[in-house]
Design a protein around this ligand. Structure first.
Ligand code: PAF
Length: 286
């Protein structure tokens, strides 16, 4: 696996692969890779001949007071994991390489509606930062397909929309969330949890399952259901940011008639913000 740091080297390496007739897959990341990322790269290597990954902690998607500075940077360990997972090329640019003219005047990509609410409400500008960097990375790599984790459900919806709306010829693939044995969704931010918090954290996934089971049993009073489960999170010591039931495709608030649902949660455990979701399609075969 080759690691390159400049757009020029990246383009040259991808052009070589392309001239050999290879199908290109791309897995963008912010590094500090765990088994969830490895699953994305493994999927990429099954779907394409040449796998490109990126590691870039994108300042544009962090708000003031968020964890940009303390976000873990572990490039050597990431390189090892990417190599093992079948990655051919790693793009690990500096902030200056990605934003050579600074960020203030950077052209932005914004995806209205889908970016509003949920994480967009508590992290203003976050999805604009994500959509902008992903668009730039897509233009640099020009992959045939790109793979993202379903754990960031709203992010995945935003990226699908931007590719559709900007006519980018890139297939977007969502991969199921990888979980620890106790159900906690793997995340680079889990490393911020102390032992006591880590023991409490699986309540997030249990809450999603409790809501899902209640809906499957016919519960349609969503506000009451959410209110009760919010209390469970609070009783366990979490501070919920949101806990919502939405329509899985449009992400608008779900109605009792909707069949394709997603239950989404963000909650603080100490200063760590955990997010998770559960997709529930009531029409899917059991
Ligand atoms: O999900 C992430 O790790 C980031 O938001 C992404 C898609 C790599 C953009 O910086």
């Amino acid at each position: 696996m080759n690691t390159v740091k400049t757009v020029r080297e990246l383009r040259a390496a991808v052009a070589r692969a392309r001239s050999e007739g290879k199908r290109i897959a791309f897995v963008p990341t912010m590094g500090n890779l765990h088994s969830g990322h490895v699953a994305l790269v493994t999927k990429a290597s099954q779907r394409a001949d040449f796998v490109v990954a990126s590691v870039f902690v994108n300042p544009l998607q962090f708000g003031a007071g968020e964890d940009l500075d303390k976000y873990p940077r572990t490039l050597a360990a990431d390189q090892e994991k990417l190599l093992q997972a079948g990655c051919h090329l790693l793009f690990a640019p500096t902030v200056e390489e990605m934003y050579p003219d600074g960020m203030a005047g950077q052209t932005r990509v914004s995806v209205p509606q889908l970016s509003e609410g949920l994480c967009g409400a508590s992290r203003p500008g976050h999805f604009e930062g994500v959509a902008t960097v992903v668009s730039k990375l897509f233009n640099m790599v020009q992959p045939d397909l790109a793979i993202f984790g379903e754990k960031d459900f709203q992010q995945l919806a935003v990226i699908r929309a931007l590719v559709h709306d900007l006519n980018m010829p890139i297939q977007i693939i969502g991969e199921p969330t990888v979980r620890a044995a106790d159900g906690l969704a793997l995340s680079s931010r889990n490393g911020f949890l102390n032992e006591e918090q880590r023991a409490v954290a699986p309540v997030v996934y249990r809450t999603l399952n409790a809501i899902s089971e209640a809906i499957k049993l016919g519960e349609r009073d969503f506000p009451a259901l959410i209110g009760m489960q919010r209390q469970q999170l609070e009783a366990a010591g979490l501070r919920p940011d949101y806990l919502e039931i939405r329509h899985a495709l449009s992400l608008r608030p779900a109605t009792a008639q909707d069949r394709d649902l997603v239950i989404l949660v963000a909650a603080f455990l100490g200063t760590t913000r955990l997010i998770d979701n559960l997709h529930l399609n009531l029409d899917a075969p059991i």
